[in-house]
Every structure is written in structure tokens, then in C-alpha cells.
Design a protein around this ligand. Structure first.
Ligand code: NZQ
Ligand code: ZN
Length: 391
């Protein structure tokens, strides 16, 4: 295991009706003037925003609101949010929504305290200072409610890039599984896929002897394998929603990723899809992961065979471990298709003729050196081959 530091200061309030405590938590974490940041219509139509506003008002906390965050959030609204916070003297950003809303909130929170262009953080500058952020999560997926990360798309060039820093870890996150019961099945499935991707990206490591995190990841993957289909079959299954919601947080606050190298090539390859075609991040990952895994499998075939046996119930073939490894990848792919995820480029809405453009932005965009680095280093030709495997 490698040396590591781990700082995860988020306060979690989990369970039914916990959104009504938002005002209390904002006060506890020092907010005196709040920006409520939200998305399209779901938080409004469900009455969630009204309840959150009532909770702030009950605590005597003034607020301003900024809605309109789109999935795969854009830089334009971030600039608007930064200006609004400066003008209104906001000292706390409250995200009401999914990963997109939370990421946009984190970007605003970092941008308000920074004199330069907030995009600097998405070009590699670590975030060291930010306004405090709180979240009320409405979809189990991105794990942004417990992570130090934010992913934004720059409209000029359509670069989708991430920024990171402990300063943007939420001070508190309110997780009420009942709020996720209104999700369309496709969004629930995309969320399940993203959570499993966060687990696989950590499982694919070059670090030896990391049994504790291997076992944690396997346990969470088994949980998703069990609970995912239950939520798709019955969207109102509170207990299954609850298990998925906490698994989503555990998958990405990095408690399963400490002390080990991680992959993230599937995420990098997918981000070009969701930037260019505006598809759901999880749906893009469903098509990306099996192709990437098959392409890099030989790098450590026993690792793929291990997850095949321990999670997907495959029989170990000691003479031909690559057969077991492949069976595990196919079992994962079948699982994703069974919950309603796309299986190829066409179903995702992507086009073969765009492959050169996807590769160019992926490997050269925003100052990259022609490679992406993870479990295996991939060059432009590798990435083009992987995109072609998804046809
Ligand atoms: O805008 P509204 O109307 O709320 O609709 C949203 C949106 O259309 C809808 N939705 C959310 N909660 C709902 C609901 N609809 C009905 N009922 C509810 N309770 O769902 C749609 C998707 O929402 P979004 O926030 O985009 O989903 P998600 O949480 O999957 O976030 C995706 C974004 O997170 C990034 C992705 O790249 C993508 O941009 N990621 C962020 C990470 C992080 N910060 O740590 C890590 C991830 O790997 C990921 O890259
Ligand atoms: Zn993800």
C-alpha cells in the first residue's frame, strides 16, 4: 500500500425528511447569506425547493437563487453565479440537485474567492480556498456529495475537465433516498453505472497488496449488483434506494481508493462523449468501460479474473485466466444492458466519423501531451482503437 493522507470532513444527514434541516446545517457551518443553486425543473416541481427555502427562512437566513444548471454543467452559468455571489455578498453555496448542480456550485464557490479565471482550476491549478458548500442530493450517481472534485464543460472548445481540492468537499450533505424516487428509470440506471464505474476505476490499480480497499470495492459492487435491478423494477423501493445512495457516496469519497494508484481512463474517454453529444455520463460509461477493459485486460489479467470470480460469480479457469477475465467483463456488460443502458455508439447517439475529433480533444485538448494516463498509458492510436471497439 502507498502512503496517503485522507481528509473527509463532510457532515452527512441521511434519511427521510432530512432536507427540512437544511437551514440548521447552513447556520452550523457558518452561512449567513446563501446562494441556492439548482437545475432544470425536478427540484421545483417536486416541491423540494420550497421546503429548502422554508427551512432557511425558519433560521432567519437570507438567500438568493440561481437555477438552470444543465446536465454536464457549463462554464457560462458558473461565471454568472460568481458575479451574483460577489454582488449579493453570499458566503455559503447550497446545491439542490445532482452531480451537475453540485459541481457547478463547487466551481462558483472556488471562483468567488479567486481573482483570476475560475477555469484555471480546471486546467490543473489545485483549489485551495472556496466558499463553504452544502448539498441536498437528488440522484445517487456522481458522488460529488462527498468528493473533492468538480467537472465542468468549457463552452469555448467544449472541453469537459475536472478540478479538485479539499476546500470544495461539501461541509454537509443531506441524503434523503426518497428524493430519488422521482428519477426516470434511465437516469437511475445511469447513476448506478456511474457508481460502479467509480468502483472499477479504483479497482484497476498497479499497486500491490491492497486487500482492504479491494474487498471494500468488491462489497460495494456486490451491493450495486443486488440493489440496482430492484430499483429499476420498483422505483419506490426506499430500502434499495437507500443502499444505492450510501454506496454512491462510499464509492467516490475515496475511502476505497486510498493508498493505491487508480485508473480513470474510462472516465476520460467518456467525458468526450458527454461534452460533445450531451449524453448522460453514466450511459457513456456503460458503452466505454467494456471496451476499455477488454483493451487493457492483458496488462493484469488476474485482476480482471479476480473481480470476475468475486463479484460476477464466474468460475476460475486457472489454465486460461484470460477466459475468466473476459467472462467477468461480459457479465458486467450484460448487467448494464439489463438495467437499460446503451450497448454501442449507435444507441448512445454517437457517430463513427467523429472518432478523430474525439481522439484529438481527448489526447491533445487543453494542453495534453498525446496520451492519457491510468492503469495503462494510452496513446492516440489506442484511444481510436477503443472508440472503434464501441461501434
Ligand atoms: O435538472 P433537473 O430537472 O434536476 O434534472 C436532472 C437531470 O436532467 C435529473 N434529476 C436529478 N434528480 C432528479 C432528477 N429528475 C427527477 N427526480 C430527481 N430526484 O437527472 C438528470 C441528471 O442530473 P445530473 O446532476 O446531471 O446527474 P449526475 O448526478 O449523474 O451528474 C452528472 C455530472 O457529474 C459529473 C459528470 O461528468 C456529469 O457532468 N461527475 C462528477 C463527479 C464529481 N464531482 O466527483 C465525478 C463523476 O465521475 C462525474 O464525472
Ligand atoms: Zn463518474
Amino acid at each position: 500500500m502507498e502512503n496517503f493522507t485522507f481528509y473527509s470532513p463532510t457532515f452527512f444527514a441521511f434519511g427521510k425528511d432530512t432536507e427540512n434541516e437544511a437551514g440548521e446545517y447552513v447556520k452550523r457551518f457558518g452561512g449567513t447569506k446563501v446562494l441556492i443553486h439548482y437545475g432544470g425543473k425536478s427540484a421545483k416541481s417536486s416541491g423540494l425547493l420550497d421546503r429548502v427555502e422554508a427551512s432557511l427562512t425558519k433560521e432567519g437566513i437570507p438567500f438568493v437563487s440561481l437555477g438552470g444548471v444543465k446536465p454536464n454543467p457549463r462554464s457560462g452559468l458558473v461565471y454568472e453565479g460568481i458575479e451574483l455571489c460577489k454582488k449579493e455578498g453570499v458566503d455559503f453555496v447550497l446545491a439542490v440537485g445532482g452531480g451537475s448542480v453540485i459541481d457547478s456550485s463547487k466551481a462558483i464557490a472556488a471562483g468567488v474567492l479567486y481573482d483570476g479565471d475560475f477555469w484555471d482550476f480546471y486546467s490543473g491549478k489545485p483549489i485551495e480556498e472556496a466558499l463553504p458548500v452544502g448539498t441536498i442530493l437528488t440522484i445517487a450517481a456522481a458522488g460529488s456529495e462527498g468528493s473533492p472534485d468538480s467537472v465542468i464543460t468549457k463552452e469555448e472548445g467544449m472541453f469537459k475537465r475536472g478540478a479538485s481540492g479539499n476546500a470544495i468537499r461539501p461541509r454537509f450533505s443531506i441524503l434523503n433516498p426518497a428524493l430519488t424516487q422521482t428519477l426516470p428509470a434511465y437516469q437511475s440506471a445511469a447513476g448506478i453505472t456511474d457508481i460502479m464505474a467509480h468502483l472499477y476505476e479504483r479497482y484497476l490499480t498497479n499497486t500491490k497488496e491492497v486487500e482492504v480497499t479491494d474487498r471494500l470495492i468488491e462489497a460495494l459492487l456486490l451491493t450495486m449488483k443486488h440493489e440496482g435491478p430492484r430499483v429499476i423494477a420498483d422505483p419506490n423501493n426506499y430500502e434499495a434506494r437507500a443502499n444505492i445512495m450510501w454506496a454512491g457516496m462510499m464509492a467516490h469519497n475515496n475511502s476505497c481508493g486510498v493508498g493505491r494508484s487508480q485508473d480513470w481512463n474510462s472516465h476520460n474517454i467518456e467525458h468526450e462523449f458527454s461534452a460533445l453529444y450531451d449524453c448522460a455520463h453514466g450511459a457513456g460509461l456503460a458503452v466505454t468501460m467494456p471496451a476499455v477493459f477488454k483493451y487493457v485486460m492483458k496488462h493484469d489479467v488476474m485482476r480482471f479474473a479476480k473481480v470476475a470470480v468475486r463479484v460476477w460469480g464466474c468460475q476460475m479457469d486457472f489454465d486460461h485466466p484470460e477466459v475468466t477475465a473476459l467472462e467477468g467483463i461480459e457479465a458486467f456488460r450484460s448487467f448494464l444492458i439489463s438495467i437499460g443502458m446503451p450497448k454501442n455508439f449507435e444507441e448512445l447517439g454517437t457517430k463513427e466519423e467523429d472518432i478523430p475529433k474525439l481522439v484529438e480533444v481527448l489526447c491533445r485538448g487543453d494542453g495534453r501531451d498525446g496520451n492519457i494516463y491510468g492503469f495503462v498509458k494510452l496513446n492516440e492510436e489506442d484511444c481510436a482503437n477503443i472508440y472503434r471497439m464501441m461501434l
